[in-house]
Design a protein around this ligand. Structure first.
Ligand SMILES: NC(=O)c1ccc[n+]([C@@H]2O[C@H](COP(=O)([O-])OP(=O)(O)OC[C@H]3O[C@@H](n4cnc5c(N)ncnc54)[C@H](OP(=O)(O)O)[C@@H]3O)[C@@H](O)[C@H]2O)c1
Length: 241
């Protein structure tokens, strides 16, 4: 590279970026000089986010995305292909936990389907859309927002069946797809447990801030070439499945 050329700016995609952990992941990635395409479900939320980040000198744009909407996902892929021609980092953050602390014996099966749709199938759809682009550019970091509640090894209580099953399934997606990518070692896919954080999902009584929860996610999103893949991490350390 001659001294007049500038390195290509990395581009990240963060879903559910208007609040909570997604907002903090967006901020922390942008602070590293990465351009973040932050998705929100409303145009006004996206504009407010871009205004806030731009005022702080950060490079963030927004895109309206309901993650369960296949056409919107395809439109997002078209937008990123056209505007940037690359995607370096995908953070599947959007998630719901509507059955928190409820008994699985009373769980509405339609609600279970909705949780799987948002937390698992939508993440998988974005992975399927963007991985070929990462393969052709020879670089990619995919982070799937999981939860320590998904860990069967450390579970000491029942309840929250839909949410926990969805995050367990997302862990399986992470592990098995990363094995399929063994011939593309510079594409790394990991699951992150952010810890219990003060967000709308986590509630006010949580011991961590959203910024603290974002730390492991951002670490996995910016792993070096010799970093791990196919793992489940909490506080930058492997966590039992
Ligand atoms: N907070 C915790 O303690 C904790 C612990 C472990 C794991 N996590 C995981 O971390 C991730 C972020 O959680 P959070 O605590 O930051 O939650 P949050 O404050 O409730 O934010 C969730 C985000 O996901 C978006 N979202 C939900 N459903 C969506 C859909 N169908 N399409 C598009 N966007 C959608 C929301 O958008 P709207 O504003 O439009 O609803 C919001 O931006 C989740 O995957 C969660 O499971 C959180």
């Amino acid at each position: 590279m001659s001294h007049t050329e500038t390195p290509t700016q990395r581009v990240a995609l963060v879903t559910g970026a208007n609040r909570g952990i997604g907002l903090e992941v967006t901020r922390q990635l942008a602070r590293q000089g990465i351009h973040v395409v932050a998705t929100t479900r409303s145009e006004s939320m996206g504009q407010a986010l871009v205004n806030e980040m731009t005022a702080a000198g950060l490079s963030v744009s927004s895109f309206v995305l309901e993650v369960t909407d296949t056409e919107q996902c395809q439109a997002l892929f078209g937008h990123i292909s056209k505007a940037y021609g690359r995607l370096d980092i995908l953070v599947n953050n959007a998630g719901i936990a509507p059955d928190q602390w409820q008994s699985g014996f009373q769980l509405d099966i339609d609600l279970f389907r909705e949780v799987m749709d948002v937390n698992v199938y939508s993440a998988l759809r974005l992975i399927q859309l963007f991985t070929p682009m990462m393969q052709s550019q020879g670089y990619g970091r995919i982070v799937n927002l999981s939860s320590e509640l998904a860990s069967l090894a450390t579970s000491e209580m029942g309840s929250t069946l839909a949410y926990r099953t969805s995050k367990g399934a997302l862990n399986t997606v992470t592990k098995l797809l990363s094995l399929e990518l063994k011939d593309a070692p510079n594409i790394k896919m990991n699951a992150a447990a952010p810890g219990w954080c003060q967000t709308e999902l986590g509630g006010e009584g949580a011991p961590r801030t959203a910024a603290e929860g974002a730390d492991t996610v951002v670490w996995l999103a910016t792993l070096p070439e010799d970093g791990p893949t196919g793992g489940f991490y909490r506080d930058r350390e492997p966590y039992p499945w």
